[in-house]
Design a protein around this ligand. Structure first.
Ligand code: ATP
Length: 234
């Protein structure tokens, strides 16, 4: 579904990614793990059209994405849940959810999809007319995921969804990612929480200082000596 080959990304003179290659097949959960500054967010910025690569090829369903605008990424079926959630705190929960559908013209179906989001996230239904600022961090993460689902993505990109959340919410977020995947959405998950991210992943990649240093099945990476030492506390 998604094929990334030999991606280089620069910020001016700084090279943030070096010949990164990665593949996501339809139906998979793929996790990309790495420490602070490894280049995880940069990678997602390229995959969602926010930043461009200096070299390499990205294809989605066989089409090169190089010239796509951020809107085209959404239209083609790629949605990003950004790091730090980026919800609009002075808008209501419902308005935030509706924003996820800004490119859709099937208004009746949108209404039905909002009901489906409420079924999945009852807290968002209860708070639909409140400002998003009044939600807890975990609830805001649910809202950010709900908003992304409103664009009906084939591929959902999640940037550190567990960041800053209490353990209880972290569990909920990972369960939710599995449910969304079971319902047919392919997932690329970027995480510092290697243990949780690899335990739900079909396959994973480890990014260190802008390079992929390891790849394998989620289970194999969880059991690998290198991952255990560097990311799981030995
Ligand atoms: P974190 O988990 O801390 O967000 P990350 O793995 O997502 O880290 P990136 O944010 O992608 O890492 O950063 C990768 C590298 O690129 C870092 O060295 C960072 O300092 C650098 N970088 C990121 N954004 C910019 C920018 N706008 N200008 C210059 N350098 C940047």
């Amino acid at each position: 579904m998604l094929q990334v080959e030999n991606l280089d990304v620069h910020y001016g003179a700084i090279q943030a990614l070096h010949t990164v290659s990665l593949e996501v097949r339809q139906g998979e959960i793929v996790s990309l793990i790495g420490a602070n500054g490894a280049g995880k967010s940069t990678f997602l910025k390229v995959l969602s059209g926010i930043h461009s690569a200096s070299a390499g090829v990205v294809t989605f369903e066989g089409q090169q994405t190089t010239k796509w605008t951020p809107q085209q990424y959404v239209k083609k079926g790629i949605a990003l849940v950004p790091e730090g959630r980026r919800i609009f705190k002075q808008m209501t929960v419902l308005e935030n959810i509706e924003l996820g559908a800004y490119l859709r013209r099937d208004h009746e179906q949108c209404k039905k999809d909002i009901e489906t989001i409420y079924e999945r996230f009852p807290i968002l239904f209860e708070r639909k007319h409140q400002n998003a600022a009044t939600l807890s961090g975990g609830e805001q993460q649910m809202l950010a995921i709900g908003r992304a689902l409103m664009s009906k993505p084939k591929l959902l990109l999640l940037d550190e969804p567990s960041m800053g959340l209490a353990p209880n919410y972290i569990r909920q977020v990972f369960e939710l990612i599995q449910e969304i995947n079971n319902d047919g959405t392919t997932i690329l998950l970027i995480e510092q929480n290697a243990k949780m991210a690899l335990s739900i992943a079909d396959r994973g990649y480890v990014l260190e200082v802008g390079k992929v240093v390891l790849e394998g099945s989620g289970a194999a990476l969880l059991n690998s000596e290198e991952v255990r030492e560097a990311y799981l506390g030995g």
